[in-house]
Design a protein around this ligand. Structure first.
Ligand SMILES: *Cc1c(COP(=O)(O)O)cnc(C)c1O
Length: 402
């Protein structure tokens, strides 16, 4: 089975992790801060906090921005559940903004209309969490402008988008359009530390909060203890309720080693995307893919195809592809349709663009192990699978007419 996503680990990664195992520090050693500094340099941002996973980073980002019970947090329904759950961890109320049917990202026009209505109702969001779906940056310039008008904070869920660039060339994570940017280092993402997450910010106060909340809300920094004079050398203070969301040294070493190849990974993914695009066009397959009107540079986390013939049964195409040994997947089941969110009052039909999109999509394999032969095999299987599903549809229609 060709999987839809897979990490690429080489000898330098293995050596980096082995070196840590032979060192004095398995956690809270020197590599964690080295990794943070390297990410800060890469992203052209002053502050980075490495944490145990992106979900933890999103949770801390919400807390650092003061999200609490009764606040509203808005995100995209076309995302992994963690994009919304982070607000629920803070007892906040979640709402969604439907996606653009071409970019599959949170639609800035829908956001604007929803903000106008929310202002009248006195229910403006405290935080909006745009998700750079598949590594394609959202229209952050517009979302940032709206944040200035309506006074909300922004967390970019860039779990798919380390290595991506905005239209102006600035790296995602540089944070000029948001308060905090979050990356995931899960193995299916662009680079990995097994489990891992990053939060970047330009604001020193937010950075201080993120660092402290990652480790129990505890500080050893005298500057943060105005009431304590001449603290002894063993002294620390817990200033608030934090967590243990630390990244281990083993993970930081793997992340740091992978970061050196990030640009090469993204370039390889862009080549794969170009091959897919070219071959799909040549075959004239009845599908379309994510469009990129802004000319931003995507990290190419996923290669999503949208079946354009609505009579073709996506489940059949999915099963046929799996039978051909192609590990297709579906990104994403709209968050608001999950039982947990329906219990909070959401229904099918609330975000029709995300729901229609979900009915028609498949994620084809996209990762750095793929060869051109794998792409040919995948597209051969896709062509056969769609044909078979079309045949099935026409038989079904004939039976229905008879
Ligand atoms: C993977 C992912 C997350 C969660 O990342 P973890 O590191 O697994 O916690 C959050 N948001 C999106 C959009 C993701 O794809």
């Amino acid at each position: 089975m060709i999987p839809y996503g897979r990490q690429l680990i080489d000898d330098s990664d293995i050596q980096a992790v082995e070196n840590v195992l032979r060192s004095d520090w398995l956690t809270q050693g020197p590599i964690g801060p080295c990794f943070e500094t390297a990410v800060a340099q890469y992203c052209q941002v002053p502050y980075v906090t490495a944490v145990s996973n992106a979900t933890a980073a999103l949770h801390l980002a919400c807390l650092a921005l003061g999200v609490q019970a009764e606040d509203w947090v808005w995100t995209s329904p076309n995302s992994f559940v963690a994009s919304a759950n982070c607000a629920r961890y803070c007892q906040a109320r979640v709402d969604f903004v439907d996606i653009d049917p071409d970019t599959y990202n949170l639609c800035p026009k829908q956001l604007e209309r929803k903000l106008e209505r929310a202002q009248i109702q006195g229910q403006l969001p405290k935080v909006v969490i745009p998700v750079h779906f598949s590594g394609l940056p959202c229209d952050m310039q517009r979302i940032y402008e709206l944040s200035q008008i309506y006074g909300f904070s922004i967390i970019e869920d860039a779990s798919h988008a380390i290595g991506a660039r905005f239209t102006n060339g600035a790296p995602v994570g540089s944070g000029h359009y948001s308060d905090i940017t979050v990356f995931s280092l899960h193995p299916v993402k662009i680079i990995t530390s097994a489990e891992g997450g990053l939060a970047t910010t330009r604001q020193p106060k937010l950075h201080e909060k993120l660092q402290r909340l990652r480790s129990h809300g505890v500080t050893r920094d005298e500057m943060q203890m105005p009431e304590t004079e001449a603290p002894p050398p063993w002294y620390y203070e817990q200033l608030e309720l934090g967590f243990n969301y630390r990244l281990t040294e083993l993970q930081a070493a793997l992340g740091l080693s992978q970061l050196r190849r990030l640009d090469a990974f993204v370039a390889k993914r862009a080549d794969l995307r170009a091959l897919y695009d070219k071959k799909i066009l040549a075959k004239g397959l009845p599908i379309r893919t994510q469009t990129n009107p802004s000319g931003a540079s995507s990290a190419q986390h996923l290669y999503v195809v949208e079946l354009m013939d609505s009579t073709v049964d996506r489940l059949r195409v999915f099963e046929n592809m799996r039978a051909h040994g192609i590990g297709v997947n579906v990104h994403y089941i709209p968050i608001h349709t999950q039982p947990y969110y329906r219990r909070l009052g959401f229904s099918f039909g609330d975000y029709p663009v995300a729901e229609t999109y979900y009915q028609r999509v498949l994620s084809l394999p996209m990762h750095c192990h793929l060869s051109e032969a794998d792409i040919d095999e995948t597209l051969y299987a896709l062509e056969r699978s769609i044909e078979e599903a079309e045949k099935h549809t026409s038989i079904r229609q004939k039976v229905a007419r008879a």
